[in-house]
Design a protein around this ligand. Structure first.
Ligand code: APR
Ligand code: PHB
Length: 415
């Protein structure tokens, strides 16, 4: 990738070439997707004085309301705070110093902060992060186009890649130096890479999570991950008055197989302890099913397309790594792009994929391990069940095993 072209000027003219009927513009980095990956990248590039355009398929209200995970690792919090988008997170986020593992009706606290060198996690919904980043984008005066349809990538292996899309009834084109594919697990960016130029490693799981958001204060001020004969359950939260809860279900369960009453019955059965602790119920505000998959593409780059976040890899939600990995990818990508524009040196861009994949595979392993230890596996034998319990007991009893969980949970930083 020779010859950095830091030209920042916008050029507009109409062209009928390729059916482009609207404006053709130029930017330095075209970003596909306004999730945590795309928005954080746009923010970091802006801070380095680099222009970008973000193209998002959905409307603003949709992305600002979409319920996703809600646990920020220590390093994610530091990044938002140190780059000026952490004020509301600092005011409203809930800092947690421990989580609970529960099995055989007993609850065991893992003191994360004590075991992981003083680091903590912050509970703050992903959609709140998205809101803060969109507000920062608009305040910076950088472009973000919602409801961008039919996004397609072209000339990705040339020095002048471009993105075509439809917006407000016209076909448009953006020419750029670099494209960042931040369009999540159902995006289009990856399709621009020849199939023999990358490999996907993946695993699906024979279960899913049914999640609810309930208007009731959390029944405990920390997260509970519960192993139970009836299946996994998780107690989490969004605010001091909103609880987030999940129960393991079958991947092909229809939502209407889970009326509120059944959800609460299963949650109670799986989360209650032998010592009489009870779960508070309340009105269900939202309900949805999340399927579970592990997948990684290698490499995460082709030509001038750099793929980041869920577009490049997914993890099952056990362990809450998805958003944190997305942020960590674009932290590396943003720094590599800035170095290239500043010095013309493409070394960091060339190792982008290698740099990210070390952390990605650590998180893949951790999420797979937590998932395997905590879920009821259909058709698994009694031996498998006993192994899960042995692993859980070891994790809560051994300080070293608990410290390993804690180190990964708050976010493992490679040397
Ligand atoms: N054109 C434009 N935008 C698109 C397209 C497309 N063809 N396809 C998808 N998008 C948008 C989606 O609407 C979404 O807003 O890309 C964005 C991708 O955002 P996320 O799915 O949130 O992915 P990412 O930013 O990588 O963040 C990962 O999201 O799914 C969770 O658990 C995951 O927490 C993790 C986080
Ligand atoms: C959540 O609050 O949505 C959440 C918390 C922890 C997880 C997954 C999801 O592991």
């Amino acid at each position: 990738m020779a010859g950095a072209d830091p030209s920042d000027g916008q050029w507009n003219h109409s062209a009928s070439l390729f059916g482009v009927t609207g404006p053709r513009t130029r930017t330095q980095v075209a970003i596909i997707g306004a999730g945590p990956a795309g928005l954080t990248l746009g923010h970091l590039l802006h801070r380095s004085g680099i222009d970008s355009v973000i193209l998002e398929r959905r409307d603003r209200a949709y992305v600002e309301r979409r319920q996703r995970a809600g646990v920020l690792e220590h390093g994610t919090v530091d990044l938002f705070r140190s780059t000026g988008v952490g004020d509301r997170m600092d005011r409203e986020g809930l800092v947690h110093h421990g989580i609970h593992l529960q099995f055989e009706g007993e609850r065991h606290r893992i003191p994360l902060t004590e075991l992981a060198g003083g680091r903590s996690i912050t509970v703050y919904g992903q959609h709140e992060v998205v809101k803060d980043l969109i507000a920062a984008r608009l305040a910076a005066g950088r472009e973000i186009c919602f409801e961008a349809d039919e996004v397609s990538l072209h000339d990705v292996d040339s020095e002048r890649p471009c993105v075509r899309y439809r917006s407000e009834g016209s076909a448009r084109e953006i020419e750029c130096d670099i494209i960042a594919g931040c369009d999540g697990s159902h995006g289009v960016s990856r399709a621009a890479i020849p199939q023999d130029a990358y490999r996907v490693f993946e695993r699906t799981y024979p279960f899913a999570w049914l999640g609810i958001l309930a208007a009731v204060p959390p029944s405990l001020d920390e997260l509970i991950y519960a192993h139970h004969d009836r299946g996994f359950a998780l107690h989490s939260m969004r605010t001091p008055t909103i609880t987030r809860l999940y129960v393991q279900c079958a991947p092909d369960d229809p939502l209407d197989a889970w009326p509120d009453e059944r959800v609460w019955t299963e949650l109670r059965a799986r989360l209650e302890t032998a010592d009489g602790w009870t779960l508070e119920a309340g009105p269900v505000l939202e309900k949805g099913i999340t399927t579970m998959r592990s997948a990684v593409m290698e490499p995460m780059q082709w030509g001038r397309l750099f793929v980041a976040g869920d577009a490049a890899h997914v993890v099952p939600p056990t362990g809450a790594k998805g958003m944190n990995l997305a942020v960590s990818d674009v932290r590396a990508l943003g720094a590599a792009i800035a170095e290239w524009y500043r010095t013309g040196d493409r070394a960091a861009l060339d190792v982008y994929s290698r740099t990210c994949l070390r952390r990605v595979w650590r998180a893949e392993h951790f999420s797979w391990w937590m998932t395997s230890m905590l879920h009821r596996v259909p058709d698994a034998d009694a031996f498998h069940h006993k192994l899960q319990l042995a692993q859980l007991r070891y994790t809560v009893e051994s300080r070293l095993a608990a410290a390993s969980l804690a180190e990964n949970y708050v976010g493992y930083e490679h040397a």
